[in-house]
Design a protein around this ligand. Structure first.
Ligand SMILES: [Zn+2]
Length: 539
């Protein structure tokens, strides 16, 4: 028997077929991957990956194993190409750790909405093509013609070894979907553990006591949900979506240039409600605002109208667990009709409690999608296309915009109701309202929802509104200047410092330069997670 590497016409055809997913990536990638460098990297690395799988299959002459391996690897490669292209198509971005992050996170409904939203006709066609090829391959992968003798085997092994080492050398991790999935999942789990052991505890082990004044204080921080300032009348929106807040506008400080670091709840609140910021996204010795308040001697409440647990506990609720009194008013997820008025009786109780110093955090359901499930029918006010400026005039889009505006109208009622109730207590207090991020509702893109990759103005620009009681103003004479600060450009990843100043808390890591309320404040370059300067993009 001659020992030689036999490669006939059939074998070549077979190999070409085996590389079909690779060709799909190479061809469609030209249209979907905007950066040439990224495109080339993807192609090279996916080519490597396909070759390696092919080489592995050459290590055996057992037809059964070989055939199985061919079939399995072909289906895997097709699947990976689909995932990659789907991400480029929808987000114009590589599959990333934060994407996994979102898919892994608790609110399974958010993920399913996420999927519903982004599976569309072109992707379905792609899916069908790849599935068809996979079926064809599986049925025809009878690999009789590729029988290699020992030289070939050794050759294959040699190629495999070379490729594998170059693969590691190249640090494929970024483009290799398999590797990335495992790595980010592990990262996510470690991160979750960290949260449970540290941030969910009443006190932070990374910080000593914080100092605060001994006088009576009742402070309220309202964390909104998916509410963009671009749909709020008080910020210049053409529709009357904030009649109640607009009415008391003179008694509010309405900050006009505040943006969120991320456009998803979890990633945004992870930085807004802790000492972590965009510069130190992996900060391990982290402390949350709830812990800071605890350590400064406040009695803390966390009243949330967002569902506390799912498959995993969600990050905001873990932060909330550090409060001395954690109340979840809602056990349903986003698919259900959930109205924020449910938190009002709990707020009343907290306000009436005898604790002399308290900070009440309120986490709203706000204007989260599906918008029509956020408000009772009395708030179904916007029903036509009047005063709508949109990229999409379809009836579906108009109806979504109307629902979003109605949800905003209800949110206006909730926020002003909270202010009213705190005001009635006539004590030393503030109420601060901001949103975790906003939603794009066909404002500048033909798109509805939020995702980091598209990161529009409507997703990043959030309301930031402060109400102060008369007693608070007397206690803190420097607030006189704050009306001059309302147009300061601010990135909410520094919020901890503003929160501390507002609550008259001093702690070791406090940096007054990062407090929007401080005379020392210096606006910083607002560099987002993608490395881009937000303010340059705006121009
Ligand atoms: Zn959110």
């Amino acid at each position: 028997m001659k020992e030689k590497f036999c490669l006939n016409k059939n074998a070549l055809l077979f190999i070409a077929f085996y590389f079909f997913p690779f060709f799909v990536l190479a061809i469609l990638g030209v249209f979907l991957i905007s950066e040439l460098k990224v495109y080339l990297k993807e192609i090279v690395q996916f080519g490597f990956f396909t070759t390696i799988l092919f080489c592995i299959s050459q290590l055996t002459n057992n037809i059964k194993i070989k055939t199985f391996f061919y079939r399995f690897s072909f289906v895997l490669l097709s699947f990976l190409v689909f995932i990659k292209l789907a991400f480029y198509y929808n987000f114009d971005a590589q599959l990333s750790a934060s994407a996994f992050y979102l898919l892994f996170e608790t609110n399974t409904n958010e993920s399913s909405e996420f999927l519903n939203f982004y599976i569309n006709t072109p992707l379905l066609i792609l899916f069908l093509i790849l599935s068809f090829a996979a079926i064809l391959f599986v049925l025809n992968a009878k690999i009789k013609f590729l029988k290699y003798h020992s030289v070939a085997k050794r050759f294959a092994f040699f190629v495999f070894a070379i490729l594998l080492s170059s693969l590691i050398y190249w640090k494929l991790s970024n483009e290799n979907v398999l590797f990335k999935t495992v790595a980010s999942y592990n990262e996510y789990i470690t991160f979750k553990e960290l949260f449970k052991n540290d941030l969910a505890q009443e006190r932070s082990k990374f910080m000593g006591d914080a100092i605060s004044s001994k006088i009576e204080q009742t402070y309220v921080v309202i964390i909104g949900e998916s509410t963009s300032k671009t749909h709020m009348q008080i910020y210049g929106y053409a529709r009357n979506t904030t009649p109640k807040l607009s009415k008391i506008k003179d008694s509010l400080l309405v900050f006009t240039d505040v943006i969120t670091p991320h456009t998803h709840t979890i990633t945004a609140l992870d930085k807004i409600l802790t000492l972590k910021d965009l510069k130190n996204p992996d900060k391990k010795d982290n402390t949350s605002l709830v812990q800071l308040a605890n350590q400064a001697g406040f009695y803390t409440y966390w009243i949330s109208n967002q569902r506390p647990v799912g498959m995993y506990e969600s990050i905001p609720s873990l932060i909330g667990k550090a409060a001395q009194n954690t109340i979840f008013t809602n056990s349903k997820d986003y698919t259900n009709y959930v109205y924020d008025a449910k938190i009002l009786p709990e707020l009343e109780k907290a306000l009436s409690s005898l604790h002399k110093k308290k900070i009440i955090f309120i986490h709203l359901m706000g204007t989260h999608s599906g918008y029509k499930k956020r408000y009772p029918k009395e708030f179904n006010v916007f029903t036509d296309s009047k005063n709508i400026k949109t990229t999409n005039n379809s009836s579906v889009a108009i109806s979504r915009i109307n629902q979003y505006d109605n949800a905003n109208l209800y949110n206006d009622y909730i926020v002003s109701e909270i202010i009213k109730r705190v005001k009635n207590k006539n004590t030393n207090s503030y109420v601060l309202y901001f949103s975790d991020h906003g939603d794009e509702v066909y404002d500048t893109l033909d798109f509805c929802g939020h995702n980091e990759w598209r990161g529009t103005k409507s997703m990043h620009e959030v309301p930031f509104i402060l109400w102060l009681s008369e007693k608070y103003k007397r206690e803190n004479p420097n607030v006189k200047n704050w009306k001059n600060y309302t147009n300061r450009s601010y990135l909410l990843d520094d919020f901890a410092h503003s929160f501390a100043e507002l609550s008259a808390i001093k702690f070791s890591e406090l940096d007054t330069v990062k407090s929007i309320f401080n005379t020392n404040f210096k606006p910083k370059k607002r560099i987002l997670a993608n490395g881009k300067n937000y303010d340059e993009k705006k121009k």
